[in-house]
Design a protein around this ligand. Structure first.
Ligand code: 5AD
Ligand code: SF4
Length: 443
């Protein structure tokens, strides 16, 4: 078949999409660049907030119309939404042909075979163990995502992920290292280790290293950069901070979601840490890791959040001075404990608080970014920027950096002198070339 995958949500979904594509190609199918040219469209979905779900519903509506108008099209719903009753109802309503949960992505070939053989539907919501050892080939890019563990054993009351992705499973080290080495051979310059909770890697499994040990092992391949996401403050231990501080190619960029600055709210969220414990980790990171950039996730307007609670989040912002933050308003998700037990608050209150937080974050990010003006950063230039004459890349600390297109002829690692800053972007000029593998024309 001629297949196209639409990916929503997090980097783990991007990694899964790459696995799905590899499976399809190995099964003799052809990937096409545009959905209009496909007769198999796969939606790899996200269910963490209401908005991405609405988007999927509207896209499915379009495809249903196409099919009713006679288009020969097979539609697959995959990813987190597929695992939920909500997703299964949507699949029924929109005449989806294939439904596979995030633990069953390796069923894509049998699913397509079944549909081609005339079966009306194919569904699988299993958490299959073959994913642990499945080796996904290196992608054709400079950054490679590498899932080291799947699932989540926490039970944050707002979060649907433990339901959609099941309990934590760590992949074997030799499989992870095989993937990392294949990436290095393919010329990948940056490996992103992925998991819902990377620092739970190997917990309770004596034969597996700790996350800090695994980080160092991946870094020992000599790949220029190793990054990771996401971490949970509860088990963000000192050995991880030391590994970052001591190992040059483990990047000094840490995404550590706090979700709220109020102990009362953190408790209702069941986050398993308090404000002071979180701030202690931040202090230790800033003390030990040079030039570190810290980012976070915040949920504004969690049920019962008072103005005083919200002020605690604002004051935590001042103390941490995050360089970057992903800020969300609380979205009541069916199937989560907070949906069941707590009342949502008016949208106007949530949005007004979010606006205040965004304004403050902008100031903090601008101040932090400005500190880099006049300095040189190592930037992995990866793609054409939306802004016409620039190419875009990321620094070791994950800043978005734009440089004039005419200054480079190949994508790759460059030393860049930072000339100016906005809250979201650094602008620079190229000082020197370090390494690359992809000529500019090809990207
Ligand atoms: N509403 C809003 N944001 C949420 N997140 C997870 N669940 C919800 C929800 N119900 C956010 C958290 C998490 C990020 C991936 O998504 O901040 O860290
Ligand atoms: Fe969701 Fe909490 Fe698990 Fe993160 S740690 S995936 S927020 S339940």
């Amino acid at each position: 078949m001629r297949a196209h995958v639409l990916t929503y949500g997090c980097q783990m979904n991007e990694y899964d999409t790459h696995t799905i594509q590899s499976e399809l190609v190995s099964g003799g199918h052809q990937m096409v660049d545009h959905p209009n040219d496909a007769n198999l469209i796969i939606l790899n979905t996200c269910a963490v907030r209401g908005k991405p779900v609405e988007k999927v519903i509207s896209v499915l509506g379009e495809f249903r119309k196409d099919k009713r108008n006679g288009r020969d099209l097979t539609v697959a719903l995959m990813g987190c939404l597929a695992q939920l009753e909500e997703g299964q109802d949507i699949a029924d309503k929109f005449g989806v042909d294939i439904l596979l949960g995030p633990g069953a992505i390796t069923d894509i070939l049998p699913a397509v075979d079944a549909i081609e053989a005339g079966k009306e539907h194919f569904r699988s919501l299993e958490f299959k163990s073959d994913l642990e050892t499945y080796i996904t080939p290196a992608p054709d890019s400079l950054t490679g995502f590498l899932t080291i563990m799947r699932g989540c054993n926490h039970h944050c009351t707002y979060c649907i992920v433990p339901t959609t992705r099941g309990p934590e499973v760590s992949r074997p080290v030799d499989v992870i290292m095989q993937e990392a080495e294949a990436m290095q051979k393919a010329g990948i310059q940056e490996i992103y280790l992925l998991g819902q909770n990377v620092n739970s890697y190997g917990l309770g499994e004596a034969h597996l290293p700790s996350f800090a040990e695994l980080l160092k092992e991946v870094a020992s391949t000599g790949i220029p950069r190793v990054k990771f996401t996401t971490s949970h403050p509860m088990n963000f231990t000192s050995d991880i901070i030391d590994a970052i501080a001591e190992t040059p190619n483990i990047c000094n960029f840490i995404h550590l979601p706090v979700q709220s600055g109020s102990d009362r709210v953190l408790k209702r969220m069941a986050r398993e840490y308090g404000r002071e414990r979180y701030l202690n980790i931040i202090r230790e990171i800033r003390e030990k890791v040079d030039d570190v950039v810290i980012s976070t996730d915040i949920i504004v307007g969690f049920p019962g959040e008072t103005e005083e609670d919200f002020e605690m989040t604002m004051s935590l912002y001042e103390e941490v001075a995050y360089e970057h933050a992903y800020m969300f308003i609380y979205s009541a998700r069916p199937g989560t404990p907070s949906y069941k037990h707590f009342d949502d608050m008016p949208k106007t209150v949530k949005t007004e608080r979010l606006q205040r937080l965004i304004e403050r974050q902008k100031e903090l990010s601008y101040r932090a970014n400005n500190r880099y003006v006049g300095r040189d950063l190592r930037v992995l230039v990866k793609e054409m920027a939306q802004k016409g004459d620039y190419v875009m890349g990321h620094s070791d600390q994950n800043h978005t950096v734009l440089v004039p297109k005419e200054q480079i002829s190949r994508m790759g690692l460059y030393d860049v002198r930072i000339e100016s800053a906005t809250p979201h972007t650094l602008y620079g000029t190229v000082k020197g070339f370090k390494s690359s593998s992809i000529p500019l024309m090809m990207v």
